[in-house]
Design a protein around this ligand. Structure first.
Ligand code: NDP
Length: 269
């Protein structure tokens, strides 16, 4: 019997998740279908409830519903609890299990696809929104030398860092606090790229051999252009997208798909 999955978001038409999960299913011989469903801004819970009542087995959740998905889950993973956001739901009998696979997606992309081990590295994470919140704990679990969270609204970065202080060497502040510092891994988790904008990074922010990682994908952003000019290695967030999907697929199906051919397929398309 075919199992049904979906991704809920608003907007959702652009989502690559159906293609990714269809590729995973083909590759692993799993009998499932996966569709993108637009939930009204005030109707997320009703949409998920109807999907579940209709036989849905699980769902992904994207902007702007990850906090609502966190509230909807009756049981949450430690990483979802730490992030305060859920991007993967698994319907198991009476329970709704909530997980957050974004952080694992980023770390797997760094370590498996890009060959970058965050251990002992100086990491700058820009942004303090949903995407940033999901990756702080998984990055700290890699034991970096330091994780600095910089945000346009500094208080949000300070608050986020304070929340994870027990988990490792994490600090937060505004972009002006970065003057004179250099980082080995610079991650853009802001929405600035969506608007073609660039966070106010001071000169010299990229250490020799640094990796610049923009979570945004499918476009050459001002951040990636700046990083290239500064001699840094650059990548977009497509690998993270596929890796977070693989982690969700594993949660649902107990099978780990090979992500490399799917990343290649999306890059080619
Ligand atoms: P949010 O709206 O939750 O957070 C936005 C963040 O960006 C805030 O910290 C905000 O700062 C900051 N920001 C917005 N505009 C600017 C600007 N012009 N200059 C500097 N900072 C700015 O968004 P998300 O966290 O959900 O998403 C962020 C990005 O990550 C998006 O591009 C999204 O597509 C991407 N993403 C990619 C994923 C992947 O798998 N590759 C997964 C999840 C997200 P302030 O607090 O001051 O408002």
């Amino acid at each position: 019997m075919t199992d049904h999955y979906a991704v809920f978001g608003n907007p959702i038409a652009h989502s690559k998740s159906p293609l990714i999960h269809a590729s995973f299913a083909r590759q692993t011989g799993q009998d499932l279908d996966y569709t993108a469903l637009l939930a009204p801004l005030d109707g997320f819970v009703a949409c998920v409830t109807a999907f579940r009542a209709g036989g849905g087995a699980g769902a992904n959740v994207t902007v702007p519903f990850k906090e609502q998905a966190h509230a909807l889950a009756t049981v949450r993973s430690t990483r979802a609890e730490a992030a305060g956001a859920v991007n993967t739901l698994h319907f198991k009998g009476a329970e709704i299990y909530g997980d957050n696979t974004d952080g694992a997606g980023l770390v797997n992309d760094l370590t498996r696809n890009l060959g970058v081990d965050p251990k002992g590295r100086r990491i700058l994470l820009m942004g303090a929104g949903g995407a940033a919140r999901g990756v702080v704990q998984p990055l700290l679990e890699c034991r970096p030398a330091i994780l600095f969270i910089a945000n346009r609204t500094p208080a949000r970065a300070v608050e986020l860092a304070t929340r994870f202080r027990h988990a490792g060497p994490v600090h937060g502040g505004g972009y002006d606090a970065l003057a004179g510092s250099a980082f080995d891994i610079v991650i853009n988790a802001t929405a600035a790229s969506l608007a073609g904008e660039l966070p106010p990074l001071p000169e010299g922010i990229f250490a020799d051999g640094a990796l610049a990682y923009d979570m945004m994908y499918g476009r050459d952003t001002p951040f990636l252009q700046l990083a290239r000019q500064a001699g840094a290695r650059t990548t977009d967030g497509l690998g993270m997208l596929v890796e977070q999907a693989a982690e969700a697929f594993f949660l649902w199906r107990g099978v780990r798909p090979d992500t490399a051919p799917v990343i290649a397929l999306l890059r080619a398309g």
